[in-house]
Every structure is written in C-alpha cells, then in structure tokens.
Design a protein around this ligand. Structure first.
Ligand code: NOJ
Ligand code: CA
Length: 560
C-alpha cells in the first residue's frame, strides 16, 4: 500500500479509547541543570523552574518531564542516582519539589519525573554495602557482580562494551586489599547495573514509584527501559555498529529488549493503577523499529514509548511518510498513542542535526572537528518545518527545552569545559552530548542571558544566544517562539492530538501532504517550491512565496 494512497488512512481513533491526558499531550522536557538557576551557582534548579512556569503556560504545553534531580554525585548529570527519594542539594529540597508539583498543577500542567532503574550511582548505599561485603553475599546480589576470567580473574567476565565507550566491567578491590570481582555497568563505571532478577530490587522500585506517586507526580519517564534484564549467562556480544549507542540495532543484543523486562512494567502498571488521575509510564527504549517499540506499550505495560525511529529519520519525505505510517499502525494496534519527538538531552539538537551532511550516531555529538558541519540557516529552517509537521500528527509530542527558541547545537565548546562521560571514556573521540545541554538564554542584557543573576553557567553560552533569548523573541512575530506558540494553540483548538491522519495524493515525492481533521498540512522537504492548494494559512514555518511553498518549509491550511 502506497503511503500517498488516500485509502491508506492511518486511523488514530484507537489512540483514544479513553480521555487520558497522555494520549494527546504535548510534553515539554526540562533538563533542570540548564533551564533556570534560582540561586546563581551556575546550575539550574527546582526553584528556577517554578519561577518560570508561566512561560510554559504561555508556550501552551500540557505537561512537563523533568530529567533527574535526585541525590547524585552527578557523574552522568544525575542519571547516576544515589538516593531515589531525595532531591540533590544542587537542585533544591523535597519541599522545592512539592512546591513545583503544586504550582504546575495549579496551572493545569502535568508533571512527570525521570526514573532510572537500570543502574544506580556507585555512591548509592546499596552499592557501598556491596563493595564492603563478600563475593556471593546478599549485598552483592543486588548488582551484577561476577568473577573475572583468566587464571587469576584478571579478565572481565565477558566482552561487553559500555554505551559511553570502553569496557562495561570494572574490577573491585576486596575488603582485604586483593583484586576482586567485577561489576557490570552498561554506562559509566559510576553507574553499576542492578540485578533485576532480585526480588529486593523489584520491591525497592515499587517503593520509589509510590514515593513519588504519593507526592502527586503524574507519571515517570523510564530511563533505559529496554535494558534492565540481561540474558542468562551473560554471553559475549559486540555492538554490530559503532552507533549502537543507547539502543540495540541488532536483534539479539543480550542486554537490550529481553523478554523479562515486560514483566517488570506489567508490575509497575498495577502499581500506577492503584492511584487516581491517569498516571503514566513512558519508556525510553531505544529500539530500531516502531514495531519493537510498540511491545513496551501493550495494554498492561507502559502508556507511552518515545518514538526514536521517528527522531532518527532524516529530513527526507519518503522516509518521513513511512515512519509516520508505521507509527500510526503499530502503536494504535496495541491501544497506545503514537508519540513524536525530535530532540532531547542525548542527541544533537534538531536545528543542527537536520542539516548535518555526515552521519552522526545518537549520543556521539558534534564538535569543531566533526565532518558534515550544518549550515545554521538551513538547519533552523528545516527544524521549524519539521516541528510544524510533527505537531500536526495525532498522538503525543515531546519538546526539548530551548527548541522553542530554535537553539542550535553548541558546536564550539572548548574541550576543557566538556563534562559528558562519553567524552572522557572515548578520549575525546566522541564529543558527546554537552552541546545540546547548554543553559537557556532568557534575556539578552542580563548575566548568563538571564539564566541567573550572577553570570555563572556550568557550560558557557555562545554570544549569538543573546539574539535568541526568549525576551527578544517575544517581540518578534516571525520568531521560532511565536511559531511554537501558534502551532500549540492551533493544535489545541483543532484537536489535532486526538485526530486522524489521511495522506493527500498528488504531491511530489519530496512533499509530505496530509489532512488531520479540518487541517491540511504540507511539508516541503525538497529543493523546489511547490504550489499550495487554495485555502487559508493557519500557521507557516517560514515565509511563503506567493501561492507556493518554498523548500524546507511547512504549512497548516484550512482548505475548502
Ligand atoms: C539515557 C539518558 O537519557 C542518558 O542521558 C543517560 O546517560 C543514560 N540513559 C544512562 O542513564
Ligand atoms: Ca542553582
């Protein structure tokens, strides 16, 4: 069936068997350390977020996802959690978290938090107890400790590699000072993997879920949701491609997508169901296809899963039509909404990524020496068009802080300010993710462009960001901020999130043309302008050329 066949209706009706908010929500990701800094120490915090909630109301989002703010030594920017039930002093206090939840709810904004169940920090009390205990002890049994290979256990238990580069095993020194066992860490050596076959681990995470549900959060984004269970015997495996990164490209990776993970989410689904108010779980499961991703959102498992196949799709119309069609088939087939996402804190911002001319595997980042450098104007034009297309699609969409300002990836960060463990574990071979994590600009004249009042900033902001500051864009009707606001307002007014997609025939291969309800959407990913149908323009991602839609531009129309 051709994707431009009018009979090829991607019926999203099944995406709304109920009225649950998460089926259609636009969810804005806040990366707390880079959003707004309330106390001026150079790191964003919870009071900083609370102070800016009205800006999110003005933007028009339905919900916020907060990246981790829990107690952590910050070796992976908080994805190394030392205490799941406390706020790191860097970000504030539990009272600040309660206040943020209350203030968000007072504005009808839902709030989901990040849960990191694959691994803890090495400073978690359980891991400290495991180090102090003997091989084979119950304390070690909460993590993946194994004896090494070789005559004296001097070789790692298998050949697995860390997602951040280097081996996935680190050897410990036993209490008596002798070289000892090894522990598994799919990520940094400061992030030991839990053993999810251990009932104590399972019970602890039920407790963590309830702790935050009791405080009123609307759900959880679940980190590495495809990684918790490992194949018995931990057989050798090398990633098939260098870009394997967070997720498996291959089918048989012994640490990704194992059948056993699904039982964990069925269990969590039951925990959430004890609470009122449509609490939701969203899977961060980096899987190569939407069909595989849909396994995480079967009726008794999670509620949403990030659509990474969509995020990874180039600005290329045939591939976009294909991934959209597949998504609107595969997710509704299991009763779940399709989700859409273009940027997050792990990938090159889409205002740069969509104009790269060399492949850039997820998580590898770009820096001054990377091949295929983007032309900023092309990237921004495409990003605005891509977002205009995305926000017209039925289902739920995720936005990443700063994309509403059209922020590009910061490519020129000096080496000595980089902090991503990827950078260190690959000896600078991969730049990593710092370039998408630079603190936001709020006002042009203020210190750190209004990120705080002191000028401190954990990563330096480029001088050009003065011109991209939110307060500057407030006064510019052609700004990216205005575009996002009109897209979100129109999406809400037209009910696009709960709509149904119909492909429109008669456009060239380089064009994505569809209808959702009363709205016609045309996105031109080619190089030549295309004639537009007659109608009223509701929103356009850039200037039109008379009755034509220029290259790298998308439009929403009301046609006759
Ligand atoms: C995925 C998170 O999004 C990423 O930032 C983190 O480094 C890894 N999981 C490990 O927790
Ligand atoms: Ca701060």
């Amino acid at each position: 069936m051709s994707t431009t066949d009018t009979t090829a209706l991607a019926d999203a009706a099944q995406t709304r068997p109920g009225s649950e908010w998460w089926r259609t929500a636009v969810i804005y990701q806040i990366y707390p350390r880079s959003f707004a800094d309330g106390n001026g120490d150079g790191i964003g915090d919870l009071p900083g977020i609370t102070a800016h909630l009205d800006d999110l109301v003005a933007l028009g989002v339905d919900a916020v996802w907060l990246s981790p703010f829990f107690r952590s030594p910050q070796h992976d920017a908080g994805y190394d959690v030392a205490d799941y039930c406390d706020v790191d002093p860097l970000f504030g206090t539990l009272a600040d978290a309660d206040e943020l939840i209350a203030q968000a709810h007072a504005r009808d904004i839902r709030l989901i938090v990040d849960l990191v169940p694959n691994h803890s920090s090495n400073e978690h009390v359980w891991f400290q107890q495991a180090l102090a205990a003997a091989p084979g002890s119950p304390e070690r049994g909460r993590y993946m400790f194994r004896d090494g290979k070789g005559t004296a256990g001097e070789l790692p238990p298998n050949n697995w590699e860390s997602v951040f580069g280097g081996p996935a095993w680190t050897r410990v020194t036993e209490a008596d000072g002798t070289p000892g066992q090894w522990y598994l860490h799919l990520f940094d050596s400061t992030q030991p993997d839990f053993d999810w076959s251990n009932p104590e681990v399972q019970e602890e995470f039920r407790r963590v879920l309830r702790f935050w549900l009791d405080r009123g959060v609307d759900g959880f984004r679940v980190d590495v949701a495809h990684g918790l269970v490992k194949t018995d015997g931990l057989p050798d495996h090398l990633p098939s491609v260098d870009g394997d990164s967070m997720g498996g490209d291959a089918d048989d990776v012994p640490y990704w997508g194992q059948e056993g993970v699904h039982e964990i989410y069925r269990d969590w689904n039951r925990v959430l169901a004890e609470y009122d108010g449509d609490r939701a779980l969203c899977a961060e499961a980096w899987l190569p296809t939407v069909d595989k991703t849909a396994l995480w959102v079967r009726p008794d498992e999670m509620h949403q899963a990030f659509n990474f196949p969509y995020l990874m799709t180039q600005w290329h119309a045939p591939e976009l039509r294909e991934v959209i069609s597949e998504s609107l088939r595969a997710f509704p087939a299991v009763g779940a909404p399709a989700t859409w996402v273009l940027s997050n804190h792990d990938v090159v911002r889409h205002a740069s990524r969509l104009a790269l001319t060399a492949e850039n595997p997820q998580g590898h980042g770009i820096g001054p020496d990377s091949p295929g450098q983007p032309i900023p104007e092309v990237g921004l034009r495409r990003a605005r068009a891509a977002t205009t297309l995305m926000l017209a699609l039925p289902g739920s969409s995720y936005l990443y802080q700063g994309e509403e300002l059209g922020l590009p990836e910061v490519i020129e960060l000096p080496d000595d300010v980089r902090q991503d463990p990827t950078w260190f574990r690959t000896d600078g071979e991969r730049y990593g993710r710092d370039g998408c994590r630079v603190p936001l600009p709020w006002t042009p004249e203020a210190p750190a462009y209004g990120f705080n009042t002191t000028g401190a900033s954990w990563l330096p902001q480029p001088a050009e960001w003065a011109g991209l500051a939110r307060s500057v864009q407030e006064d510019q009707p052609d700004s990216t901020l205005w575009l996002y606001r009109s897209l979100l307002a129109t999406r809400r007014a037209e009910g696009l999130g709960a709509g149904t997609l119909e492909w429109l025939p008669g456009y060239g291969d380089d064009v994505v043309a569809l209808r959702n309800g009363d709205v016609t959407v045309i996105a031109n990913a080619g190089t030549a302008a295309v004639p537009l149908p007659k109608g009223t323009v509701l929103v356009a991602s850039g200037p039109l050329a008379g009755d034509d839609l220029p290259a790298d531009t998308a439009v929403w129309l009301r046609t006759a």
